[in-house]
Design a protein around this ligand. Structure first.
Ligand code: ADP
Ligand code: MG
Length: 715
């Protein structure tokens, strides 16, 4: 068990103007202080307006210039490592709207380098899986959005959702042991990074599509992206299951500042209520002697129950903006973090017996016990009799027949196969003796001797043929079984050698196939990804809504060029083209390197042959030495080329990830464009309707009716 308080980190969003209201100081090794100095006059409005200096301790404070990469390395990687080891982990971002929660957790929507904790963690996890050949990992992903106390499944792949309400509603259930179950929340298996990333983008697209100006879901809802990990060691009964929650909380903005009205105020209150309950749970947990923790008050706290004061290693990232207008919010974010830092969690290794593995092992055990028992008791078994068993039965029958005593028995145990075999043996013998007696054959042998072994000229030919056939059948059966067994053995052996050769090749840095087969084929980034396979899946999901009519299409073309995302799309498109070209070039380089390696190998081969010839013809020693030197150089060249090959492969892998990410970014931008277009189109349509309605109120002669004021625009 690992006892640990919730780790708290602060991240400060870049501001345009340099603000001197805060400072970051590392006084101790394991912590950093974030200090706000607020001039007295501007301190008005704070809870305690006499204070000028607010100082908060964090594990670490990430100042404005911090890159996404550093956030991943310092915050997410240690959590991912413990999840890999079998502990539960949670990272949640808390802060006011616009302070960078989504940017930190998911990432920016424009650049590859802006990708956040989720895609980087996924990449890291799959890399680690590939490096650990002694365990088998399986991952499932779920993505939950909680809005107004209702959960929605963001991984809904039907393409109909245009409102949050269209997504499947997730229902929270509690079993008698008070474990939480989320009904309707889909768990989707992801076999590799690409599939996992597609799921993330599917969820984010659903999140974006479902968001309307009236329900700014992204700022008022909580999103929980969960990686469910299962690790098992082949041959072991136990497995480790762990969960990693990556949580993007709703904006922590306070109601008083939002100044909302009517319907929106209700929503704002809800969000605050949800965070208010989170805060209540945190306060309860941070106080000693509190036995009741009000987890059940809200869906968020129910879902995150383990992450807060339970079996989990939890980390909080407090995001904040430090311009003057946001100072009060930033200070309250820090205060919240200080309370969170008191909470102690107790993470345990989630090791459990795998029922399937256990059953398989027990079955095997039962089988071997049965065999043992049948050996001892001669109990009935399934399957054919073994050769030794047949031999033994024949001996028993012989002894039975040889014994003249009337009380002699043939003891075979309750095994029908043995009984039947002995009966058929006896029948064969009786038939054979009948034939013999009818032909007055002088029987030299005693009953019980195998008929086919008899050396009798008068034996029925038919009987011999029958017995021979029986024997052949038995032999065939045996050899088929043996062949089957060999095949199985070979298959297992082949699988092992194949695995070995793959790992050898990876060590060597070369593959026997062409370079492109070392990696999945790269799509040309400029083309639409294919709809087959996981790569195209997200893209298909994103192509929503009905086909546009001709007129709408034209309008769309114009709309695109004016849209703010247009430039981003174009930039990303050209970047994608560039990266695809780079990837192709790298592919060629790989082929070149492979070709060179092969050439060098051939040259070495030639040199060796030459040396052998020199050896035979007894040429001078220095010729041989020369050849050795040349061979050594060739070997060095091969090593160098292998190094090049390896680094090119690594480069290509990284490029592939970037290309896939860019493709998804592009698709998402396109979906946003479509959505904005639809909104614009609807607005235009209602404007047209309005105009028509107004024109109808005009008199037929074209004069305005006195009761219908008309805007100047229609004059
Ligand atoms: P939140 O989710 O907290 O409401 P966002 O993550 O959406 O805030 O951030 C608001 C805006 O600020 C976005 O346009 C985002 O790209 C940008 N942003 C946030 N943090 C950073 C950062 N560290 N570096 C650059 N841009 C950032
Ligand atoms: Mg956000």
């Amino acid at each position: 068990m690992v006892k640990q308080t919730i780790q708290i980190f602060a991240r400060i969003k870049p501001t345009k103007k340099n603000t001197a209201v805060y400072s970051v100081n590392s006084e101790e090794q394991a912590s950093t202080f974030l200090e706000f100095v607020v001039p007295k006059d501007t301190a008005d409005g704070f809870v305690n307006n006499k204070r000028e200096c607010f100082k908060f301790r964090f594990q670490k404070v990430f100042d404005q210039a911090t890159k996404q990469e550093n956030i991943f390395e310092d915050i997410a990687k240690p959590v991912a490592d413990s999840v890999l080891a079998g502990y539960n982990g949670t990272i949640f971002a808390y802060g006011q709207t616009g302070s960078g929660k989504t940017f930190t957790i998911t990432g920016g929507a424009e650049r590859f380098s802006d990708r956040g904790i989720i895609p980087r963690t996924l990449s890291y996890l799959y890399e680690r899986f590939s490096l650990d050949s002694s365990n088998v990992y399986t991952t499932h992903i779920s993505y939950l959005e909680i809005y107004n106390e209702i959960g929605y499944d963001l991984l809904d792949s039907r393409q109909e959702a245009s409102r949050l309400e269209d997504l499947p509603k997730v229902i929270i259930m509690e079993d008698p042991d008070q474990n939480i179950h989320l009904r309707n929340l889909s768990l989707q298996q992801s076999a590799n990074e690409e599939e996992a990333l597609n799921l993330l983008f599917l969820g984010d697209t659903n999140r974006m599509i479902a968001e309307t100006p009236m329900n700014q879901a992204s700022t008022r809802s909580h999103c929980i992206f969960t990686v469910h990990l299962c690790r098992r060691e082949p041959g072991s009964d136990t497995l480790r299951r762990s969960k990693l929650h990556l949580v993007d909380l709703a904006g922590s903005d306070r109601v008083s500042k939002t100044g909302l009205n009517g319907q929106l105020l209700t929503e704002a209150k809800y969000i605050n209520l949800s965070l208010h309950y989170l805060e209540q749970v945190i306060i309860a947990l941070s106080e000693r002697n509190r036995f009741h923790i009000p987890y059940r008050n809200s869906m968020l706290t129910s879902v995150l129950r383990d992450s807060l004061g339970g079996n989990c290693m939890t980390t909080m990232i407090a995001t904040m903006a430090v311009d003057k207008t946001n100072l009060d919010e930033s200070i309250s974010t820090c205060r919240f973090a200080q309370r969170v830092a008191i909470i102690k969690n107790e993470a345990v290794l989630n090791e459990e017996l795998d029922p399937a593995l256990l059953i398989a092992r027990l079955k095997q055990e039962v089988q071997s016990l049965k065999e043992e028992l049948s050996m001892l008791t001669g109990e009935e078994r399934d399957g054919q009799l073994a050769v030794e068993e047949i031999q033994k039965l024949e001996e028993l029958v012989k002894a039975f027949l040889d014994d003249p005593g009337p009380d002699v028995t043939l003891s075979l145990g309750p095994d029908m196969r043995k009984i039947q075999y002995c009966f058929s043996l006896l029948k064969t013998m009786i038939l054979a003796s009948r034939v013999e007696s009818s032909s007055s054959c002088d029987m030299q042998t005693s009953p019980g001797v195998r008929p086919e072994e008899k050396d009798c000229e008068h034996r029925s030919e038919e009987e011999v043929a029958k017995l021979k056939e029986l024997l052949m059948q038995r032999n065939n059966e045996i050899s088929i079984l043996v062949r089957l067994l060999k095949k199985e053995k070979k298959r297992a052996k082949d699988a092992i050698t194949q695995l070995d050769s793959i790992s050898d090749r990876e060590k060597d840095g070369t593959t026997s196939d062409s370079s492109s087969s070392a990696l999945p084929p790269l799509k040309d980034g400029t083309n639409e990804p294919t709809t087959n396979g996981p790569a195209g899946r997200a893209v298909v999901y994103m192509k929503r809504g009905p086909q546009l009519s001709m007129g709408k299409q034209e309008a769309f073309e114009t709309f695109i060029t004016d849209h703010e995302e247009h430039l981003i799309i174009e930039d990303n498109r050209s970047l994608l083209k560039q990266r695809s070209a780079e990837a192709r070039k790298l592919g060629e380089q790989l082929n070149d390197a492979k070709q060179k390696i092969n050439d060098f190998k051939k040259q070495i081969e030639i040199r060796r042959r030459q040396r052998a010839v020199h050896g035979v013809t007894g040429n001078h020693q220095n010729v041989v030495e020369d050849l050795d030197l040349v061979e050594e150089n060739l070997r060095k060249n091969i090593e160098q080329e292998k190094k090049n090959y390896k680094s090119t492969v690594a480069h290509l892998k990284a490029l592939k990830t970037e290309i896939e990410h860019l493709q998804l970014l592009l698709e998402r931008a396109k979906v946003k464009l479509q959505k904005d277009f639809q909104k614009w189109w609807n607005e235009e349509a209602s404007k047209v309707q309005e105009t028509e309605a107004r024109s109808q109120t005009r008199s037929p002669c074209g004069t305005l009716q006195p009761s219908s004021p008309c805007s100047p625009g229609f004059e």
